[in-house]
Design a binder for this molecule. Structure first.
Ligand code: FES
Length: 281
């Protein structure tokens, strides 16, 4: 059992958990993830440890409320409770190389994955600039990133209560594209890295492509087992089938079949909405 040593809300819909998981803390590397099952018969969800302590044997997770399972976790589990099981570390570590100047972008809770990778790249001698674009009440890891990298920039968008959530999200995408263009023009990075919703990854990639700069993306297709057996996370990379859980999660953005990935990511959206509504009734 994976005991919750600490639980706190760090921003709107973003809950931090410090979890006892010594075997994961001992082995995990930046870029790797875990699959969490919180409840009997519950859904398995991939999450990325944002920080960890191998001596003390804990990992830190941030659970963003976005569907039934994450809502259940964030409302039902308390400090002292346990996650039923956590499998990991899974996936490949991020490439740890001297790239030079790096622009690492996180949209919304994507910054959780950016943090350990950006920190490790900076420690390796790269000049890392991070950018977090999100809604105003959802800023997380600001102090931690300011300490960890060369320069951290936060861009926020206020939520317009008269607009639907998807409409509000379009404003975040627009702001991110504008800021990324400005930062590329100013910094001339050697590498761009990005984590966020797949539609936004494609939108940012379209900007980066104009400048012909290498770009890596951590992909998040639907995952079930996280070990390459179910096929749920398949993506087409350079026309070949790859599994994001064992071949990724990081891929060269220029090789990804974005349209297929976007279509596959939305397969269960209606069912997810229905499950959330039923849970809330
Ligand atoms: Fe099952 Fe990747 S999650 S193959």
């Amino acid at each position: 059992m994976y005991k919750i040593l600490e639980k706190k809300e760090i921003a709107m819909r973003n809950i931090w958990y410090k979890v006892h998981a010594p075997h994961i803390a001992k082995k995990v590397k930046p870029g790797q993830f875990v699959i969490v099952r919180a409840f009997e018969n519950g859904e398995r969800i991939p999450l990325t440890p944002v920080m960890w302590d191998k001596e003390e044997g804990w990992i830190g997770l941030v659970v963003f409320t976005r569907g039934k399972t994450t809502l259940r976790i964030n409302t039902e589990l308390k400090e002292g409770d346990s996650f039923l099981n956590i499998a990991g570390p899974l996936g490949n570590p991020a490439p740890m190389e001297k790239f030079g100047k790096i622009l690492a972008i996180g949209l919304y809770t994507g910054v959780v994955e950016v943090f350990p990778i950006a920190k490790a790249w900076q420690e390796l001698g790269n000049e890392v600039h991070t950018l977090h674009v999100t809604f105003e009440p959802m800023v997380i890891l600001k102090d931690e990133l300011e300490k960890a990298v060369f320069k951290h920039t936060v861009e926020t968008v206020s939520i317009d209560p008269n607009k639907s959530f998807p409409e509000n999200m379009k404003n975040v995408t627009a702001r991110a594209k504008e800021k990324v263009r400005e930062m590329i023009e100013n910094l001339k990075p050697d590498l761009v890295f990005m984590v966020g919703p797949v539609g936004d990854q494609k939108a940012i990639f379209e900007v980066v492509k104009e400048y012909n700069i290498p770009m890596e993306v951590d992909l998040h297709p639907i995952m079930v087992d996280g070990t390459g057996m179910c096929g749920a996370c398949r993506v087409h990379i350079n026309g070949e089938v790859k599994f994001a859980c064992v071949d990724g999660p990081s891929f060269d953005a220029y090789t990804v079949n974005w349209d297929e990935l976007i279509a596959r990511s939305g397969y269960y959206r209606d069912l997810e909405m229905k499950a959330m509504q039923l849970y809330m009734e």
